[in-house]
Design a protein around this ligand. Structure first.
Ligand SMILES: [Zn+2]
Length: 360
C-alpha cells in the first residue's frame, strides 16, 4: 500500500500495526517529534471539513513536519475548473504526501493514479472516509483493550451513514463481534450490508428501534447524527427525534465500562450532561484521530513500492457503460474513462471503479 483510499485497502495486520504505532506515539510522543522533519503534507480540501483538516495538520506538525494546502474550493484552482488529476500533479511537486477531501465519490482514485506522492483519502462525498474508521478502531482498542469479543451498539441513521457501514465492515474482520443496530424503521441498515457484510462474515446482529432495549449488553455505543431531511415526514421527525438522544436516564442500565463514541460534530444526539460521565469517550476519540493519522503518515512516507497488482487481475469494461451516479467523479473530471470492474463473477455484476455504483 502506498495510498489509503478505502479502509479495505488495509489488511487486519496492517491495521493492527498502525494501532501499535499510534499507541507507541501516545506513550512516547517525544520519540516521534522529529520523524517528519523536512517533510511536507499538503491538505487539499475541495470541500471544507475543518475538523478533519486540523487533525491532519496537527498530526504532521507533531511529527515535526510542515503543512500547506487549501481548505476552500473557492479559493483554489479547482474553482477555475482545474481537474483533480492536474491539481495533484502540480501539488505533488510541492509536497511529500497529500491528504485530500473531495465532494465527488472516487476522486481520490483519480488522484492516486496521477500522483507521485502518497494520497490519503480524507473523505470523498459520502463514500469512504478511512481515517475516521481507523480513529474508531484505535478508540475501541485504547478504551476496551481489544478489538474482539465485543457487543457494539450503533444508533442513528444506519441507512445513509457511511461511517457506520465502514465501521461495521472493519469490525466484522475480528472474532466474536455482535452488533445491536438501533434506528428508526425508515433508517434501518440496507440489505446489501446485511447480505454482503454481516451474513457473509457470520456476524450476529439484532435490529431494534429502542435504544434502551439492549443497553445493558453493550460494550460500545456508537451514536451518529440523524438528519431531519432523512425522515419521510416532519411529523415522524418530531415524534422520533427525542427517542434517539442519549441522556443519563437512558444510560441507567448500561455497563459501568461502556464506551460511548460519536464521530463529531454532535448536534444534539448526546445530552451535554453525558459529557462528564466517565463512559463518554467522544472527545478522546477526536484526539485519537490525530494519533492514528500520525501513524498513517509515517507508514505511507516510509513505503516506496506502489502496489498495482490488484489492477492487473481485474476484469473490466472501459467506456462501454456510463456511471449514472451524479455524485461520481466521472461526472465532472475531464476526459476520464468510464471504467467498470467485474466485482461479482457469479451474477455478472460490474461496478464503477470510482464510486462502486452498479453498472446498468
Ligand atoms: Zn461512478
Amino acid at each position: 500500500m502506498k495510498h489509503l483510499i478505502d479502509i479495505k485497502d488495509l489488511s487486519v495486520e496492517e491495521i493492527d500495526e498502525l494501532i501499535e504505532v499510534a499507541k507507541d506515539i501516545i506513550d512516547n510522543p517525544e520519540r516521534y517529534s522529529e520523524r517528519c522533519m523536512g517533510k511536507i503534507l499538503a491538505t487539499l480540501f475541495f470541500e471544507p471539513s475543518t475538523r478533519t483538516r486540523l487533525s491532519f495538520e496537527s498530526a504532521m506538525m507533531r511529527l515535526g513536519g510542515n503543512v500547506l494546502g487549501f481548505s476552500e474550493p473557492n479559493s483554489s484552482s479547482a474553482a477555475k475548473g482545474e481537474s483533480v488529476a492536474d491539481t495533484v500533479r502540480v501539488v505533488g511537486g510541492y509536497c511529500d504526501i497529500i491528504a485530500m477531501r473531495h465532494p465527488k465519490e472516487g476522486a481520490p482514485i483519480v488522484a492516486q493514479e496521477k500522483s507521485i506522492v502518497p494520497i490519503i483519502n480524507a473523505g470523498d462525498g459520502g463514500h469512504h472516509h478511512p481515517t475516521q474508521t481507523l480513529t474508531d478502531l484505535l478508540t475501541i482498542k485504547m478504551e476496551k483493550g481489544r478489538l474482539n469479543n465485543l457487543t457494539i451498539g450503533i444508533c442513528g441513521d444506519l441507512k445513509y451513514g457511511r461511517t457506520v457501514h465502514s465501521l461495521i465492515t472493519a469490525m466484522c474482520r475480528y472474532d466474536n463481534i455482535k452488533f445491536v443496530l438501533i434506528s428508526p424503521e425508515e433508517l434501518k441498515i440496507p440489505d446489501y450490508m446485511k447480505k454482503d457484510v454481516l451474513y457473509k462474515n457470520k456476524v450476529s446482529y439484532i435490529e431494534t428501534v429502542d435504544i434502551e432495549e439492549h443497553m445493558g449488553e453493550l460494550d460500545i455505543l456508537y451514536m451518529t447524527r440523524i438528519q431531519k431531511e432523512r425522515f419521510s415526514s416532519a411529523d415522524d421527525y418530531i415524534r422520533l427525534k427525542d427517542s434517539y438522544i442519549l441522556d443519563l436516564e437512558k444510560l441507567e442500565n448500561a455497563k459501568k465500562d461502556l464506551c460511548i463514541m460519536h464521530p463529531l460534530p454532535r448536534v444534539n444526539e448526546i445530552s451535554v450532561k453525558v459529557d462528564e460521565d466517565s463512559r463518554a469517550c467522544y472527545f478522546k476519540q477526536a484526539e485519537y484521530g490525530k494519533f492514528i493519522r500520525m501513524a498513517l503518515i509515517l507508514k505511507l512516507l516510509n513505503e516506496k513500492k506502489i502496489n498495482n497488482e490488484k489492477e492487473n487481475v481485474e476484469e473490466k469494461l472501459i467506456n462501454k457503460i456510463t456511471c449514472k451516479n451524479l455524485r461520481c467523479i466521472t461526472s465532472v473530471e475531464q476526459e476520464l474513462d468510464q471504467i467498470f470492474i467485474l466485482t461479482d463473477k457469479e451474477n455478472g455484476i460490474y461496478r464503477c471503479k470510482y464510486c462502486d455504483t452498479k453498472g446498468e
